[in-house]
Write a protein that binds this ligand. Structure first.
Ligand SMILES: Cc1cc2nc3c(=O)[nH]c(=O)nc-3n(C[C@H](O)[C@H](O)[C@H](O)COP(=O)(O)O)c2cc1C
Length: 129
């Protein structure tokens, strides 16, 4: 099973994307470089992004909508790097994952810190892929 992780964001988002790649033996690629990658050669696709003022960067939403048909066939999953947690975090994730169109999703707050903790939510997310 090969997994491609396409992400948009800064240091937290890229750290989480690379962590998922390392744990799955997959490949993490920034969205600006993703056009060079053939999605068809992967079994699974994970999309990851940060959020600012309730919005995700347009490059990632454009990438997903442009490649929707292929992504939908690759058991897609979505992670959101954010600051909100608890109910506020869940609500924000629900709204954004529905806009992106990927229902299997998780929010990760304090991404770089989170991946250093044992049994963190990224590990459960990876297990669910
Ligand atoms: C200008 C700005 C706006 C932000 N807006 C939100 C927001 O609406 N919701 C949220 O949960 N986090 C928000 N955050 C927090 C970031 O999403 C969070 O720190 C995330 O981990 C950043 O990922 P990055 O390091 O990949 O950029 C905001 C951060 C900044 C700097």
């Amino acid at each position: 099973m090969s997994t491609l992780i396409v992400y948009s964001g800064g240091s937290n988002t890229s750290a989480v994307a690379n962590y998922i790649a390392e744990k799955t033996g997959g490949k993490a690629v920034a969205v600006e470089d993703a056009s060079r990658i053939d999605l068809n050669s992967y079994d699974k696709v994970v999309i990851g992004t940060r959020v600012r003022a309730g919005k995700v960067p347009s490059d990632i939403s454009e990438y997903v909508s442009k490649n929707k048909a292929v992504i939908d066939g690759k058991s897609p999953a979505f992670f959101l790097c954010c600051l909100y947690s608890s109910e506020k975090g869940k609500k924000q994730l629900e709204k954004i994952s529905s806009e992106i169109g990927i229902s299997k999703s998780v929010y990760i707050n304090k991404g770089k810190k989170t991946i250093k903790e044992a049994g963190n939510p990224v590990d459960s997310f990876i297990a669910s892929l």
